[in-house]
Ligand binder design. Structure first.
Ligand code: 13P
Ligand code: 13P
Ligand code: MG
Ligand code: MG
Length: 379
């Protein structure tokens, strides 16, 4: 069995929140190389999207392994020290605790892990997002694993034909449920259509039980209770055979659908699929970006990466994203560009509300009702 662990954090941006510093990425790669030398990892690749660093690791220690999580945590701590020296923006932004306590979950960084029985050919795609958030992959995962207009394999590919199961997490109530496609599609959509609360954590092939996809669902604002760092997400998807083809996995991103997480983490914007060379969101700190790195695993070794969105066939999606960005920007501080009120709870919104609390006065009608008492008493 091989475990793929992707653990990521924003430990400092260059310039502002737009991208990463090459020395930080080099440090990340050095730490992974050392862990490979020591036998902790089979392989490791450090990459980035915008100001987030993604540590893509393979090993034989299973999910939630303390040593693997500590390797990631220590790498982020060392990276933060370097980011402070370089005076990068928001050094250590996503590290919410001072000390590592055995598991990276709840400490700020995002993680997506899957233990797999590596097939004779094991193509995987690692997605890396910036200026978006946990739940931002719901729509794409639905299309990949439940929509035959995206994935003809669901219709004509025998090992996919029994459908997939979706494990959904309620990120506010800390509960999970598994729903099956296709029978429970309408139930599924009730929840995953609200990605700020319900995020797809895992997808499995129902015929074989194999894990197909795993995404990071860590919500920093909910962990910290206020807007600190942000949960720019990652996701690992297995392709071909009993899973969607590589092209079926990439196809949902041919539409620049809307996600939350742009500018100050407080705006909705189109998700733009880009190659690494364009993974540095600048316009209004965005629009949100997504990179897809393809690997062929070979006994856990990460052959690759191939920069999957560095492909002119995604030019229209990029243009569409720019057009949507123009349109949404015209809303300025208005919804639906700005996030809905309950999501703004984690910004300075509560402070302003409290400051002005004493200046709100009751409407006349309400005062009359109040004087008259409850309606039942009047009658
Ligand atoms: P090849 O025939 O090039 O292997 O491609 C198979 C295919 O159609 C994948 O979608
Ligand atoms: P990050 O969450 O990527 O640091 O971006 C913060 C932001 O929204 C900047 O506008
Ligand atoms: Mg940042
Ligand atoms: Mg970021």
């Amino acid at each position: 069995m091989v475990t793929i662990s992707v653990i990521k954090a924003d430990i400092g941006g260059m310039v502002g929140h737009s991208s990463s510093h090459p020395d930080i990425l080099a440090l990340g790669q050095r730490e992974l190389d050392a862990a490979k030398q020591s036998g902790l990892l089979i392989d490791g690749h450090a990459s980035h999207c915008g100001d987030d660093m993604f540590l893509i690791m393979t090993h034989e220690r299973g999910e939630d392994n303390e040593q693997i999580h500590k390797l990631a945590w220590d790498t982020f701590i060392k990276g933060t020290d370097l980011a402070k020296k370089l005076k990068l923006y928001g050094a250590g932004q996503d590290l919410l605790t001072d000390a590592f306590s055995g598991n990276i979950r709840g400490a700020g960084p995002g993680s997506a892990e899957m233990e797999i029985d590596e097939r004779p050919s094991e193509p995987i795609i690692v997605f890396m997002g910036d200026k978006t958030s946990a739940g931002g992959f719901n729509l794409a995962l639905y299309k990949m694993f439940a929509d035959p207009f995206n994935t003809p394999g669901l219709v004509i590919g025998e090992p996919l034909h029994d459908g997939f199961s979706f494990e959904i997490q309620d990120v506010k109530e800390h509960q999970k449920i598994t729903l099956n496609a296709p029978e429970e599609l309408y139930d599924l959509l009730v929840f995953i259509g609200a990605p700020s609360r319900y995020a797809i954590k895992r997808v499995r092939n129902r015929l074989t039980g194999e894990i197909a996809a795993c995404s990071s669902t860590d919500k920093l604002s909910l962990i910290a209770g206020r807007y600190v760092g942000k949960d720019d997400p990652t996701m690992v998807v297995r392709c071909q055979g009993s899973f969607p083809a590589v092209g079926e996995v990439l196809e949902p991103f041919a539409t620049a659908y809307t996600v939350e997480g742009w500018m100050r983490g407080s705006h909705n914007g189109p998700l733009m699929p880009v190659g690494l060379k364009d993974a540095h969101p600048a316009r209004f700190d965005g629009p949100p970006r997504l990179v897809a790195l393809g690997f062929q695993l070979a006994d856990g070794k990460l052959n690759g990466p191939n920069d999957m969105f560095d492909d002119p066939s995604f030019n229209n999606a990029r243009q569409e994203a720019s057009n949507i960005a123009d349109y949404l920007r015209k809303h300025g501080p208005f919804e639906p560009h700005r996030l809905p009120l309950d999501e703004m709870e984690y910004t300075t919104m509560p402070l302003i509300r409290d400051k002005l609390a004493g200046r709100w006065t009751a409407l006349e009608e309400a005062r009359e009702h109040a004087m008259a008492g409850p309606i039942s008493e009047v009658e």
